[in-house]
Ligand binder design. Structure first.
Ligand code: AMP
Ligand code: MG
Length: 522
C-alpha cells in the first residue's frame, strides 16, 4: 500500500519551543498544467495509478497533509544568513509499497513566510533545467534529489522580461540541510536542539540503511537524544558519502555552482541544482555562476569548500558530541573528524582518477610507478585542458585498439608507442606515458580487458553538455518543440552505453564556452 503520511511536520513542530517552519496555504492548483512527468519514478514509487494527467496531480496533491515551509539558515559565500523555503513547500511525505518514505517538495510554488522580498516564483525554463540535470545526474550514477514532474503555472514570472512560470516537484528521503541545523541550534533551547538534531540524525541513518518505516502510526521523526559515539558514526558515514559525491562530481565534470551550507544535504546527495553546469575543457578553475566572480565554487575547488562546510556541520554537532555538555571538550574529536573527512576526500578522488584510467583502485595505490603515471596524466590535463569527456573516450579507444591489435604488451616491446602517440597527440601526454600506462594495465589483475571495462564504467560516453541543454530548453520553452529535449532525456538514461546514436550530443560547443554563465534564483 502507498499513502501520504501525516506526521512529516513532526520534524519541527513536535517540539515545545520554536517551530522549525510555518504551515502555509496550499498552492493554487487551478490552471496548472503538467509540463514534464517522470514516469519511471512514478512507477518506482507506486504513484502511477494516482497520476495520469493534470486533474490527477491536483487531486493527489490536495490529499497531501498540508504545506509547510521549512526554516533554515546558512553560510552563503562564507557569511551567515537566515533563509528558509522562500519559494519551496514541503507538501508531505509519501510512503510507497516498499515502505520507503520520500518528502514531496515543491519549488516555485509561490511566496512563503520566508520569501523576504522574493516573488516565490520560478521560471518554467529553470525548473525544466533542474529536472533535466537531476535526472541526468541520476543516470550518471551521481546521488541526487530526484525530479518527479514540472508543472507550468498560468502566471508569467518577471526575470528581466516576462517568462513562463513553472513549479518543480522534487523528491528526496528528506530535505534537511546543514543550514537546517544551523538554524535549529540558534532557534531552540539546548535540550530541544539535542532532541531535534538527534531525530534528524536518526531519520538520516534510517534512510541510508533503507530501513522501511515502521508503519503509518509511527512518527518518522521521533525526538531522540544520541550518544556521542553514534554521532561520530553518523559523521563518518556522512563524510564517506560526501567524499564519494565530490569524487563523482569531479568524475563527470559537474560544477554545483553554489556550495553554500544551505544547499548541502545531510543525506550526502546533490541538492539545489540552480546555477550548476558541466565543464567541457579540463579547467579546474572553471566556474559558471554569474555571482561566483572569485571562483570560490569552481570545479576543482569543490573539495576545499566542502571541508569548510563540513566544519560548519561539525560545529552544529558539537553539543551532541559532548556528553558532559561542555562543547570545548568535544573540540578535539571534531578536529579529528574534520581531518578524517579531508583524508577521505583525497582518497575518494585518487580512487576516481585511477578508475577513469582503467587502473584498479584497490591495487597499485601504494605503487609509486602507478601514482607517478596518474600524476603525470593529471598535470598534462591541467596544462593541455582537452575536452574532459572526450579525452577519456579517446584514451579508451586507444586501449581497445591495442587490445584488438593483438600482440601482448606485457613485454612492452611489440607496439610502436611513439607512432601511436604521433597519431593521437591531442589525447596523450607522450609515447613513454602510453607505454607505461599500457604496461601497468597489462600487469593488473584481469589485464587489459578488465581495465577496458573499468574505463567504460567510469567514463560516460555522454554528459548533458551546457549548450545542448540550453538549446533543448530554448526549443521547448520558446518554440514548443520537444524533439531535442526528448532526445537528451533518452540519451541520459544510459550515458555509459557505447554507441554512435547520441554521439553528436557529446560534441563540445564549436566556439568554446568562454561566455557561458548560469544564474541563481531564476
Ligand atoms: P538558492 O540560491 O536557490 O539556494 O536560494 C537561496 C534562498 O533564497 C532560499 O531561501 C530560497 O528560498 C530563496 N529564494 C530564491 N529565489 C526566491 C524567490 N524567487 N522568491 C523567494 N525566495 C527565493
Ligand atoms: Mg538553495
Amino acid at each position: 500500500m502507498s499513502f501520504w503520511r501525516g506526521d512529516y511536520r513532526g520534524l519541527g513542530l513536535a517540539l515545545p519551543s520554536a517551530p522549525l517552519g510555518f504551515d502555509q496555504p496550499g498552492p493554487d492548483w487551478s490552471g496548472m498544467k503538467v509540463s514534464s512527468l517522470n514516469k519511471p519514478l512514478l512507477e518506482e514509487w507506486d504513484m502511477v495509478s494516482q497520476i495520469m494527467d493534470e486533474g490527477d496531480v491536483e487531486r493527489w496533491m490536495k490529499q497531501a497533509p498540508h504545506p509547510f515551509a521549512m526554516a533554515y539558515a546558512g553560510h552563503q559565500y562564507g557569511h551567515f544568513t537566515m533563509l528558509g523555503d522562500g519559494r519551496a513547500l514541503l507538501v508531505g511525505e509519501w510512503q510507497n509499497a516498499s515502505n520507503q518514505c520520500y518528502d514531496i517538495h515543491l519549488k516555485g510554488s509561490g511566496p512563503t513566510s520566508f520569501a523576504r522580498r522574493g516573488d516565490g516564483q520560478a521560471t518554467l525554463r529553470s525548473m525544466l533545467r533542474e529536472f533535466l540535470i537531476s535526472e541526468a545526474l541520476h543516470g550518471l550514477g551521481v546521488p541526487t534529489t530526484r525530479s518527479l514532474m514540472v508543472l507550468e503555472t498560468p502566471h508569467k514570472v518577471w526575470r528581466d522580461y516576462d517568462q513562463r512560470g513553472g513549479v518543480l516537484v522534487r523528491v528526496a528521503p528528506h530535505h534537511v540541510r546543514i543550514g537546517t541545523l544551523e538554524y535549529a541550534i540558534r532557534a531552540l533551547n539546548p535540550d530541544d536542539y539535542a532532541l531535534y538534531a538527534g531525530a534528524v540524525l536518526q531519520r538520516t541513518t534510517q534512510c541510508w540503511a533503507k530501513e522501511p518505516s515502521l508503519g503509518p502510526e509511527k512518527s518518522l521523526y521521533t525526538p531522540s537524544s544520541w550518544r556521542p559515539e553514534a554521532v561520530v558514526a553518523f559523521f563518518v558515514d556522512w563524510s564517506l558519502r560526501q567524499a564519494e559525491l565530490l569524487a563523482h562530481w569531479m568524475r563527470v565534470g559537474f560544477v554545483h555552482g553554489v556550495l553554500n551550507t544551505d544547499n548541502i544535504s545531510l543525506l550526502g546527495v546533490t541538492m539545489d541544482l540552480g546555477p550548476c553546469a558541466f565543464v567541457n575543457a579540463y579547467d579546474l578553475n572553471r566556474s559558471f555562476s554569474s555571482i561566483d566572480t572569485q571562483g570560490r565554487y569552481a570545479w576543482g575547488h569543490q573539495v576545499e569548500v566542502m571541508e569548510w562546510n563540513a566544519s560548519v556541520l561539525l560545529s552544529c554537532l558539537l553539543p551532541l558530541l559532548a556528553d558532559d555538555g561542555n562543547t570545548t571538550n568535544a573540540m578535539p574529536v571534531a578536529r579529528a573528524l574534520l581531518d578524517q573527512f579531508r583524508a577521505q576526500c583525497q582518497e575518494a578522488k585518487t580512487r576516481m582518477h585511477f578508475r577513469k584510467l582503467g587502473l584498479d583502485s584497490a591495487k597499485g595505490h601504494g605503487d609509486d610507478r602507478v601514482l607517478a603515471l596518474v600524476e603525470e596524466w593529471q598535470s598534462w590535463l591541467s596544462v593541455q585542458q582537452p575536452d574532459y569527456a572526450l579525452v577519456y573516450l579517446e584514451l579508451e579507444k586507444i586501449l581497445a585498439e591495442t587490445l584488438e591489435g593483438g600482440p601482448s604488451k606485457d613485454s612492452g616491446s611489440s607496439l610502436d608507442f611513439d607512432s601511436i602517440f604521433n597519431a593521437n597527440p591531442q589525447s596523450l601526454p607522450s609515447g613513454a606515458w602510453l607505454s607505461g600506462w599500457l604496461r601497468v594495465l597489462g600487469e593488473s589483475e584481469g589485464g587489459d580487458s578488465a581495465a577496458l571495462h573499468r574505463m567504460q564504467e567510469n567514463n560516460p560516453s555522454l554528459i548533458p553538455r551546457n549548450h545542448w541543454v540550453e538549446q533543448a530548453l530554448d526549443q521547448r520553452v520558446l518554440h514548443g518543440s520537444t524533439g531535442l529535449w526528448d532526445e537528451l532525456r533518452t540519451a541520459m538514461e544510459n550515458p555509459y552505453q557505447r554507441h554512435d546514436r547520441f554521439k553528436h550530443l557529446n560534441q563540445p560547443p564549436q566556439h568554446g564556452d568562454a561566455g557561458y554563465q548560469t544564474f541563481c534564483g531564476t
